[in-house]
Ligand binder design. Sequence first.
Ligand code: OSB
Ligand code: MG
Length: 393
Amino acid sequence: MRIVEASLHLVRLPLVHAFQTSSHRKTHLDHILVRLVEESGAEGWGEIASPSDPFYCPETTETCWHIAERYLLPSVVDAVWEHPAELPRLWRKVRGNRFAMAGVDAAGWALWSETRGVPLAKALGGTRSEVVAGVSLGIEPTYDALLDQVRRQVDAGYPRVKLKIAPGWDTEPVRLVREAFPDLAIHVDANGAYGETAEELAVLRGLDDFGLLMIEQPFAPRNLVAHAALQRGVRTPVCLDESVDTIDDLRTALALGAGRVLNIKVSRMGGLTAAVAAHDLAREHGVDVWCGGMHEFGIGRAANVALSSLPGFTLPSDVSASAKYYARDVVQPEVVADQGVVRVPDGPGLGHTVDAAFIGENRLKETTITAPATSARRGSPPAAGPATAGSAA
Ligand code: OSB
Ligand code: MG
């Protein structure tokens, strides 16, 4: 397979409901869609779902654009490859920048599975025909507004809710939701907002009384030692998100006993290739995994659904229906959930049609790199730098 054209499309979509975490509040999102085209004219799409600000991880939409345009697309354009798991080797010299990598890697998987005529889920090793989704709820202006959101999602049939917590918005909202929904599977996510003061540790340990499914990422990303200490002191499973960017991070976390659950995000781990490897390693170690999200548009969302079909994804995902986030999505049909169950598509590739016209209408900028008409480069990555780049606003 030889990629003859690669392009980036910065697309803005409004969120149907503003989302606030411990660090930021969002009313619309700008994601970068990646399109790879091979010789036959077949195309594959991936999504770079980086937040615009460096609060969840160090990347931003602008750093992703820069890394993808300057390093990643030039490394794949004109390269000859047989299987998408080879793609990360083409940009192996690039450190970090995993959100940017994830979009290019996933586009390669979509392209490959499409041209082979197999569903992306099957190409990844998926075994399920349906996956269970939960919802992730942001911090709301009031407790009533939060209870209202939980009610809405429970009424829509979602079997578990994840509540964002932060110091000052933790015990009380969790207590209120537990009281109103005694049997609901509830999980909390702090996005690393807690330190290790006696007060903060007491709050986190106190959450053990609410029968939560898990406590996700209470401490800062690199503070694996604090996660391990908390896990030793509570019955509730501790789940890692921001702490695990690479397989090596996961090996460290496993060695330390830093959590009993892993949130695998395609974006955070640099693509589907790495996400599958994380799934395999966690499974070998008896660590439960589930598929997290970054409010993906339909392209990234479809990749997440495909990944969630692997056998180790035993807990509900954060990959809810498109309609929870966007009035209209970039794929047809959009991702739908029935009582929290999302069907895994059985058509080739992503199993959804990319709506190029809608992407065009909502595009803020694009850039395209094309291969020279004849040459085919084998194996070695090119010198850093754009090949033939053309930008248009
Ligand atoms: O920690 O899982 C997180 C969104 C933005 C930044 C971080 C996180 C999230 C989510 C959203 O929880 C999950 C989703 O896609 O609904
Ligand atoms: Mg999280």
